[in-house]
Ligand binder design. Structure first.
Ligand SMILES: Cc1cc2nc3c(=O)[nH]c(=O)nc-3n(C[C@H](O)[C@H](O)[C@H](O)COP(=O)(O)OP(=O)(O)OC[C@H]3O[C@@H](n4cnc5c(N)ncnc54)[C@H](O)[C@@H]3O)c2cc1C
Ligand code: FES
Ligand code: FES
Length: 494
């Protein structure tokens, strides 16, 4: 096996910090607070929901230094390998607040202050994005930061002011130096920290990854850790052998071809969003509502598929599009239709030592119509109760092909075979023909009944979503069928 480094390396305040002896499942939050005494970063929920623990990781993306917010409570320490770690303590100078801090003070954007360090860090990342964000973009950037006492109006106003122009701070001033430092610590082979029975490994190439997976088929693969992190902090599961995919070259590649889009397994939701939105705006909207900015920054396409959750958002959408999954074990690469990957509740067609490599997504043809709907209790940062996506081919006002997939309706993300069959040949001009297809939902599914939604609710919603999709495809204006955008439309009409 290749020679690995025996420690992880990160940059903090312009210095290289190397860590060798650590328990593989140590979270970045615990390490910051307990080992580095950086107690400005808070722990609220310890499950990625509240944002009190938000820190920012600086990484090189496409030759640029970008600052990305993550939830330190569910980020593993090892995932900081190769990154600049920025916490709230790093922002202000001895005699001056950082512009985002100053704006929060000026707008009275804090009371008890528990959420404030996380909000400061989310705004720091937003300010470094460079554009003057709209109010909606500010709200999207803050959807993963809960504040229980100040109220969001002053916080949003502070954000609008602080991010209105490109931020000029100490971080932008030393961008070239930081990039050079990150390139230096990121060069060379991957890392293997620990021994045979407990380790954190960060392979740098696919060959290193494939060999590690074969040597340790019982190891837990970690990509963004937005699921695995919760096994550690909530289920207190012993996770002793970790192979982190985040440093593997080329696994984060996006190939945007003429007729298809290829997304490497470690492409984050944030990076996948523009390419998916270009296929259809509904995919862009789905991704906007995927977790929070922190979750989209860390969580990956491969993780969302490999975890096999029946309520994951991407699988139904990608199944409806007709995606193919590519897996690798050793030197052997195989492909299968994405829907075939999901065998039963939390049981996937993946052998020990095998990993998800990429997903290949066909684009829409001129006669194809696509719809994706996510139904949740809360609009932002919530997991689906029901998720529905369809790709329908229409010729001469009749449906000539249909792929319809649901999440939250069975133990796995699943196609609705009877709905698809009933849609075939139905006429767009004749509502009764596709309403029959909606009725077929009851033949396809006996839905889950859990705390998120009852089985009866899910059945009703699923049926309604088929009707909604077909009504839109038949020409009903989205203002009559959608909540998203209604406020902007109402404002414009005034
Ligand atoms: C606050 C919060 C909000 C969320 N909101 C949503 C949401 O709106 N919609 C949604 O669908 N999900 C949501 N999730 C769940 C989670 O973010 C997603 O499922 C995410 O895509 C997981 O990706 P990851 O890279 O973080 O996976 P990880 O946690 O790293 O891994 C997940 C699983 O996949 C395996 N795995 C990862 N990569 C590979 C690979 N390449 N090959 C084989 N196995 C692999 C891991 O071993 C593990 O079993 C949310 C989670 C949190 C904490
Ligand atoms: S502590 Fe709540 S998101 Fe991390
Ligand atoms: S200021 Fe108290 S939770 Fe936000």
């Amino acid at each position: 096996m290749a020679a690995f480094r025996d420690g992880i390396r990160m940059a903090m305040r312009g210095e290289v910090v190397e860590v060798r002896d650590f328990a593989p499942a140590t979270t970045l939050l615990d390490w910051l607070r307990l080992a580095r005494r950086r107690t400005g970063t808070k722990e609220g929920c310890a499950e990625g929901d509240c944002g009190a623990c938000t820190v920012v990781l600086g990484r090189e993306r496409d030759g640029r230094l970008v600052y990305e917010p993550v939830n330190a409570c569910i980020t593993l320490l090892g995932q900081a390998d190769g990154a600049e770690v920025v916490t709230v303590e790093d922002l202000g100078a001895a005699d001056a607040l950082h512009p985002v801090q100053a704006a929060l003070v000026a707008h009275h954007g804090t009371q008890c202050g528990f959420c404030t360090p996380g909000i400061v860090m989310s705004l720091f990342a937003l300010a470094h994005d460079g554009g003057a964000p709209s109010r909606q973009q500010v709200c999207d950037a803050l959807a993963g930061n809960l504040c229980r006492c100040t109220g969001y109006r002053p916080i949003v106003e502070a954000a609008m002011e602080a991010c209105a122009a490109p931020v000029a701070d100490a971080f932008s001033a030393r961008e070239a130096e930081t990039l050079a430092l990150l390139r230096r610590i990121g060069a060379g082979p991957g890392a293997f920290c620990g021994g045979e029975r407990a380790f954190f490994a960060a392979p740098a190439s696919e060959d290193e990854l494939a060999a590690l997976c074969l040597a340790h088929p019982d190891a837990t693969l970690v990509s963004g850790a937005t699921d695995v992190g919760l096994w550690i902090t909530k289920a207190l599961a012993p996770v002793d052998k970790i192979v982190w995919l985040g440093r593997v070259r080329d696994l984060d590649r996006i190939e945007d071809g003429e007729g298809e889009l290829s997304l490497g397994a470690t492409v984050t939701h944030a990076r996948a969003t523009p390419a998916l939105a270009a296929i259809d705006p509904d995919l862009g909207e789905l991704m906007r509502r995927f977790g929070s900015r922190q979750v989209r920054t860390a969580g990956t396409v491969g993780g969302n598929i490999a975890n096999g959750s029946p309520i994951g958002d991407l699988p139904p959408a990608l199944i409806a599009l007709g995606a193919t999954l590519e897996l690798r074990k050793g030197d052997h690469i195989r492909t299968l239709p994405l829907e075939s990957f999901f065998l039963a509740y939390r049981k996937q067609d993946r052998e020990p030592g095998e990993y998800v490599r990429r997903v290949i997504v066909p684009k829409l043809g001129p006669n194809d119509r696509f719809r994706a709907f996510k139904v949740t209790k809360r609009f932002d940062e919530d997991i689906s109760a029901v998720m529905m996506a369809c790709r329908v081919t229409v010729e001469d006002d009749a449906v000539t092909a249909a792929r319809v997939a649901f999440g939250g309706m069975a133990g796995v993300p699943k196609r609705a075979a009877h709905v698809e069959e009933a849609l075939l040949g139905s006429s767009l001009g004749e509502g009764t023909s596709w309403r029959r297809a909606a009725d077929a939902v009851s033949r396809d599914f006996t839905p889950l009944d859990d705390h998120r939604a009852s089985a009866a609710y899910r059945s009703q919603v699923a049926r309604n979503l088929v009707i909604k999709a077909m009504a839109e495809i038949a020409g009903a204006p989205s203002s009559a069928t959608r909540i998203a955008g209604w406020r902007e439309a109402a404002d414009a009409a005034e």
